[in-house]
Design a protein around this ligand. Sequence first.
Ligand SMILES: [Zn+2]
Length: 259
Amino acid sequence: MGQRDATDVLAISFSANDYVGHAQGPDSPEVREMSIQTDVVFGKLFHFLDSTVGMGNVLVVMTGDHGVAPLPEVEVQRKMPGGRMPPGTVQKTVQAALTEKYGEGKWLLTASENPLYFNLDLIRQKNLDRAQVERVAADAARAIPHVFRVYTRELLASGVAMEDQVGRRVMNGFYGPRSADVYVLLEPYWLSQAGGTTHSTTFSYDAHVPVIFMGPGIRPGRFYQQIAVNDIAPTLATYLDVETPSGSVGRCLAEIFSE
Ligand SMILES: [Zn+2]
């Protein structure tokens, strides 16, 4: 790579950090140590690149694919909101509500807690209205303490849920052919798992990630305005003077260019 008269793109994912983070939480000594060791690996990589193609010929872009919630136990110590909902609470509550309303049956297909996937065969067999089943499930989920919001497929498909950033982000994650029938969002810093931590909510602690550009033509500095990870692709395309990818959204981060 880097030996021809063309630009090469090398993408590397440092995935091990995610496993340690899930198990120990972002405030743990393990994650701190992992970050220090990742920095050492970066150093080796950059040193190697410098000795082969020269860092003057390399543009580095770093980001994260998500943030994470602190361990709820750490939040409690800080006297901040957060806690654990016993795993299965949402599933059991919704299953019970649908059984009470429509009769016995395995109403939910997956074990996932936040996106709920209905047994569509059962809904067809019983000749029920899918949107009405969604509303019954959503009402049951909304009544659970520490449930923040519940979105039905019907709402998301019609674009009704876009009233604020949380709704907009849930909406952005909605894809008709594959998405869940009901999406349940717990209150900030609440997890429906017995140990460790996770991400995948729309809240800032999950969605806020660094974006770092380093290399020739990049103006040194910190930039505090809100941007999106989606801005990386059009910025790289502009930097390389090539066409912006047809499916890309976002803007070119022109403020980081030094010339
Ligand atoms: Zn993860």
